[in-house]
Structures are given as C-alpha cells and as structure tokens.
Design a protein around this ligand. Structure first.
Ligand SMILES: *[C@@H]1O[C@H](CO)[C@@H](O)[C@H](O)[C@H]1NC(C)=O
Ligand SMILES: *[C@@H]1O[C@H](CO)[C@@H](O)[C@H](O)[C@H]1NC(C)=O
Ligand SMILES: *[C@@H]1O[C@H](CO)[C@@H](O)[C@H](O)[C@H]1NC(C)=O
Length: 214
C-alpha cells in the first residue's frame, strides 16, 4: 500500500500546483478561436461514462469497486482507453472469439489491463509527441534469486503523421478521434487497440497474479 501513500502525496502536491496556476490568467484561452474546445470532465469515470464508445468497459467497471475507485481519483495521469470495438478485436485476437464477457468478468485482470493503459503525468497529444517511452502504472512482481523484484511495464511512443502510435509488448494502438479530453488533473485519449505487455491474456493473468478464467 506504499504506492497508495505515494500517490496521495503526489496528488496533494499537484493540487497545490494546480491552485497556484489557476490564479494566473490562462494564456491558452487566446488561441481558442481556431481550436475546437476540448472536452472536459471532473474525473476519468465521468469522461468514460459520457462517451458511448466505452459502454462495454463501463458495464464491467460498474461491477468492480477497485477499478471504479481508481477512475474516480483525481490523478495527474494519461489514460489510453480502448473503445468497445478495440476490445472486441482484441478478444478475437487473444483467443476469446467474439466473447469479451469472460475478460470483463475477470475484474482483477481488467484492472491490471487498464493500469497498463495509464501513465503519469497527464499528457496531450502534443506532449506525447515529445517522448519515446514511459512506465505505465502496471507494476509486476517477480522473484529473482530469492529476492522480490518489481518492474513497471513500459509504453513506447512514435509520431505517425497527425497521430501517435503507442507500443506495448508486441501490440500497438493509435489515438482515436476523441483525444486530449481533460479528466480532472488527467488527460484521456481513445485508442483503437488493446495493449498487452505479454504474449496473451493468459500470460498477463499469470504475470499479475490474477486468476486465469479465460
Ligand atoms: C459471435 O460468434 C458467433 C459464432 O461465431 C456468432 O454466431 C455470433 O453471431 C457472434 N456474435 C457477435 C455479436 O458478433
Ligand atoms: C501534472 O504533472 C506535470 C508534470 O509534473 C505538471 O507539469 C502538470 O502541471 C500537472 N498537471 C496538473 C493538472 O496538475
Ligand atoms: C499464451 O502465450 C504463452 C507464451 O507464449 C503460450 O505458451 C500459450 O499457449 C498462449 N496461450 C493462449 C491461450 O494463446
């Protein structure tokens, strides 16, 4: 639970930063005339609930208190959220046929999978274009020579025309039409594929200590 404490501490710090910045006039508003206003929500949970392309995942989240709580935290993170179409495509690819219900019912695995799609801090597409890799929030433990070792799973980034390709393990996704959504202190982007740090969902379950129910 040490990471929870660290997160709370970070959140507090960001609160102070945000308050300090909020008092200054916002220079960005002057360029708003040519840019479509960005969607803005209080939390990731709210942002996802309002976007109909995430119905499947929100139905699953509704039954999962841990993931729901995670999406309601005011975290300064970037979330890449696969659409329902992306989940259906991934289910077929990872041996679930067109049936995503087993994945959606395995809340432990779904939570781990979502963490692989989240990283700190919140970054717009323009910011993502300036980085090549970042640790995701998915941290896995292993035992090496009797000692417990934790490793954060990495995401990689590449600019592709007017888009960003996010690579994780052998998988990759690009940003959907819905990008740069402000969700509290974080930023949300739709993505067109599910990212996996491992060969398949079974190996992800093993890696994260979740039950294999697929
Ligand atoms: C899922 O696949 C089965 C068998 O291949 C098919 O009968 C069914 O219509 C499919 N359902 C959807 C929603 O695509
Ligand atoms: C999120 O963190 C970044 C990097 O520390 C910081 O620049 C940014 O202002 C923070 N955003 C918010 C909304 O607190
Ligand atoms: C998942 O990947 C592992 C390791 O590559 C492989 O041994 C296993 O057969 C795969 N399982 C499925 C269901 O594809």
């Amino acid at each position: 639970m040490a990471s929870h404490k660290a997160t709370s501490c970070l959140v507090l710090c960001f609160c102070f930063l945000a308050t300090a910045t909020a008092r200054k006039p916002l220079a960005v508003t002057t360029t708003a005339a040519t840019t479509a206003p960005a969607l803005k929500y209080a939390t990731f949970y709210e942002a996802l609930s309002k976007d109909p392309s995430h119905k499947m995942i929100m139905d699953a989240v509704a039954k999962d208190a841990a993931t729901k709580a995670m999406l309601r935290l005011p975290l300064n993170v970037t979330a890449f959220v696969p659409t329902d179409t992306a989940f259906a495509k991934a289910a077929a690819k990872f041996g679930l046929g067109n049936d995503t219900s087993k994945l959606m019912a395995n809340t432990c695995l779904l939570n781990a999978l979502l963490k692989y799609h989240i990283m700190s801090p919140g970054m717009t597409q323009a910011k993502l274009a300036t980085i090549t890799s970042k640790n995701s929030m998915l941290v896995v433990s292993s035992t090496v020579n009797g000692a417990k070792k934790t490793t954060a799973k990495v995401l990689k980034f590449k600019v592709e025309g007017n888009n960003i390709r996010v690579q994780g393990g052998a998988t990759s996704a690009t940003l959907g039409k819905i990008r740069n959504v402000v969700a509290g202190k974080g930023i949300l982007h739709n993505v067109d594929n599910v990212l996996l740090p491992s060969a398949n969902l079974t190996t992800l379950a093993q890696m994260t200590g979740c039950k294999v129910t697929l």
